[in-house]
Design a binder for this molecule. Structure first.
Ligand code: URA
Length: 236
């Protein structure tokens, strides 16, 4: 059993002070009844907690959507550099979350953090081909011939063959959407390089059924809704 304020603050959405206000205002329901106080004990795995009638995915595992900013490492800890875990509240940081897959230090966009090892494994398994969509900004435009090469499977400079991938040039081709079904080291940068174009900026937009919430500023995060958790689970 956990205190209600600890549980709600652990979602990263409210500070303990804000939780106190929410409870005082009667906006927090536990199993359908207004919470008695912030010290009320709830069972994270079994109690149904709602704030403003919205059910919270507080039970069991934790799933966080982070808008990763550029310049931060997709790692749990590093002695010298800031990691994505350093962006989370202390309550969330203590939960032992880890990033599901990596984005390069200079890449940005959707990063899922969780303590659900099974879901992470399924999302990343090469056998399941979960698609990831990225927006890329390029120094030289890519076009129809590059699109065909991506669809056929790019062979990287070191001879590695990539799976067929999607390339959708936008505007004059200096921007594009790239869809991958695997995750090799610096894959998009190397695929674009093999077509004579350098990636200037790279942003992940989606991963499977999960799409970056564009209201999240770089560095901001929120818990997944129950609906999002269900959606990513069911598609893989
Ligand atoms: N491809 C890359 O080159 N970098 C990323 O961060 C993700 C995909």
């Amino acid at each position: 059993m956990e205190r209600l304020d600890k549980l709600l603050a652990g979602t990263g959405r409210w500070s303990r002070r804000e939780v106190r206000t929410l409870v005082k205002e009667g906006r927090v329901l536990v199993d359908g009844l207004p919470a008695a106080g912030v010290e009320q004990k709830v069972d994270p795995a079994a109690s149904r907690v709602q704030v403003d009638r919205e059910a919270l995915a507080v039970g069991g595992f934790t799933y966080v959507m982070l808008h990763k900013p550029r310049g931060v490492l997709s790692a749990t800890e590093d002695y010298r550099q800031q990691t994505v875990l350093d962006l989370l509240s202390p309550d969330l940081k203590r939960k032992g979350l880890f990033p599901v897959g990596r984005l390069d230090k200079d890449s940005e966009g959707l990063l899922l953090l969780t303590d659900d090892g099974d879901l992470a494994h399924r999302l990343l398994s090469p056998k399941r081909h979960v698609s990831k969509v990225y927006r890329v900004w390029l120094d030289r435009p890519l076009g129809g011939a590059d699109q065909a090469a991506f669809a056929a499977g790019i062979v990287l400079a070191d001879g590695t063959r990539c799976r067929p991938a999607g390339l959708k040039p936008l505007g004059d081709g200096r921007e594009a959407l790239v869809t991958l079904h695997e995750g090799k080291f610096h894959q998009i940068k190397r695929m674009c390089a093999s077509r004579g174009s350098a990636v200037c900026r790279l942003k992940r937009i989606s991963m499977g059924a999960l799409t970056l919430d564009e209201t999240l500023e770089p560095g901001a995060y929120r818990l997944l809704t129950g609906e999002e958790v269900a959606k990513i689970g069911e598609k893989i």
